[in-house]
Design a protein around this ligand. Sequence first.
Ligand SMILES: [Zn+2]
Ligand SMILES: [Zn+2]
Length: 333
Amino acid sequence: MRAVKFYGPGKVGLEDIPVPVPRSAEALVKIKYGGICGSDLHIFRQGMFVAKLGETMGHEFSGAVVSAPPSSGLSPGDLVVGDPRVPCGTCAACIAGDTHRCSSLGFIGEVSPGAFAGYLAIAPEKLVTLKGGTDPAQAALAEPLAVAVHACRRIITAAGSGNVLVLGAGPIGLLMAYLFKNVYAVKRVGVFEIDPFRLGKAKEAGADERSADIESLSGQYSCLVDAVGVETVLNKAIGAAAPGGCVFISAIYERTPQTDINTLVSKEMTLVGNNAYSFDDLKEAAALIGSGKYDFRWLVTSIMSAEEAARGFELLTGKEKRDLKILLRFEGE
Ligand SMILES: [Zn+2]
Ligand SMILES: [Zn+2]
């Protein structure tokens, strides 16, 4: 089978490797689509997260069950998505059941073979089945959607559903804006983004107001989300927030930011981190896609063959950003 491998910063290539042999307690999944994630871009640019060079990449996928233990309840042909998280299982957070807060949380495609390949062997309890007839390309968005579901649920619990400003219209920021508007009934959703193409996408996501100039937005937001992960954006969020407001971070910083703490203190604001998602968030994301009530196709800007993986990474990390979510197609192997 073909597998997309990471050889070092800027180096991604395709290899022919044997189909994995599932252990007796594992399921074998034939991959349909794999999505290139922001964290894959951290790997591509910096080599972050990856345990060893030559690993098969990818943690966002949809696929069809080939085989599974009879006790799993899965049948061959079932359309599935999977929980790609690899928690340690022994830290305080894992023992408490909060595996998304694991002190050494890894993902398949980083610490074990990933899903950018013809097949994946995985524990069946990590799989979520989607309704027959669900578009497998949209199903591959379940994992990034779970990140957005997790963040949105926490934000609404903490800050209510009055108004939210999302800073950064990458896939996670846009999915959050979409969910706030279409699923969680937030009254006013704003998006700040400097790239005109991405700002246009915020309109498709349903944002009430969109701007490349944070000062031009109407009124002050009491709840803001940094979905970028760079210092200037975090400080813009802290500067623009209403007194007493909250800034949530749904991003990973490649460089540790210098934060405008004095403004945070003088406005008595709350700064909150969001990390990944729980299995329940993934099930909710799969249910939203499987319900057929929502259309997430606007997020997918390209579907490429596995052979074009390197080009996909270059497009997503280049200066001219004309892509948001690129899916790699593994069907037809
Ligand atoms: Zn992801
Ligand atoms: Zn742990």
